[in-house]
Ligand binder design. Sequence first.
Ligand code: HEM
Length: 306
Amino acid sequence: MSAQSVILPLPSDHARFIVLRLKDLSIAELKEKLTALLSTRDRLITQHPNAQIKTGIAFGPELWAKLYPQTPVGFKQLQRIHGAFDMPVVPADVLIHLASQRTDICFALSQAFFDGIQDQVEVLDERVCFRNFDGRDLTGFIDGTENPQFPDDRAETALLAEETGVFAEGSFVFAQRYAHDLKKWKKLTVDTQENVMGRSKLESIELADEVKPNNAHVARTVVEDEQGEEMEILRHSLPYGDGRGDQGLFFIAYTQDLKIIDAMLMRMFGSSGDGIHDRLLHFVTPMDGAYYFAPNEEVLENILEV
Ligand code: HEM
């Protein structure tokens, strides 16, 4: 079994995310187009071996039930949160994660997928994302510092274990686009921004426990299991934006357990019961959100064959 190619490697400089509902597209037509996308990918990899071309294809729970006779334990739809802040859920059928060192290649892959079906699908989002300076979110803070960096840790964090049988090396996915209010953010002093994030801005050093506010982003997103072990997720988020102000982060994380994401979101949005919410949410707003499953390569191949 092997994981889909986008999950384990460190992110490339460009990505494009496609989020869609089938609308008038049949499942057979979807399979045909995904097959076309993957064969274009293989051709481009041969022609551009240094372009780090990688893909991930994931399905929402409703479509998954129609594609495959079994469902991985723990796969479900994301639930709305009504806490100190509301968190929306916009269910979708398919999430396609395209990544490369070259933005033209992400574009070509999208073109290959959509060719001939543009009017049949409901595209909820097609987001062109980029690595910003040294991996910084548009708030100016380095995003990904505490991500597992080494292959074994990344696999352990993101991939379903061997015991899950046919689903081993598959991965659950959480995707949620955030829009940033950078005008409001830029009014804060750097000290205050650092208190919001819980890390230093220049070098991404975590603030000491004595000074880190309990509503800092990193204080809300550290969750522990019953043994007190930190539970991690594998983030592949990247910024997007135009110069006029539609700017933000396409948040995407891969995990072997969606309950970890549930716990992080409840702590962020202020519904975990301790009366605290993530201060970052005063500056960034979630626009959608859904859970998906990215099966391993072999299961994906089986699905596309029949
Ligand atoms: C606009 C939205 C967001 C922005 C700008 C953002 C930015 C950041 C930054 C700058 C860091 C510190 C550096 C690092 O370790 O990566 C961080 C850490 C983290 N974020 Fe976010 N984040 C956002 C949303 C989320 C969401 C929705 C989740 C989870 C569902 C999340 C989970 C995490 C986790 C787990 C960490 C690492 C915490 C640690 O171990 O110290 N973030 N984020």
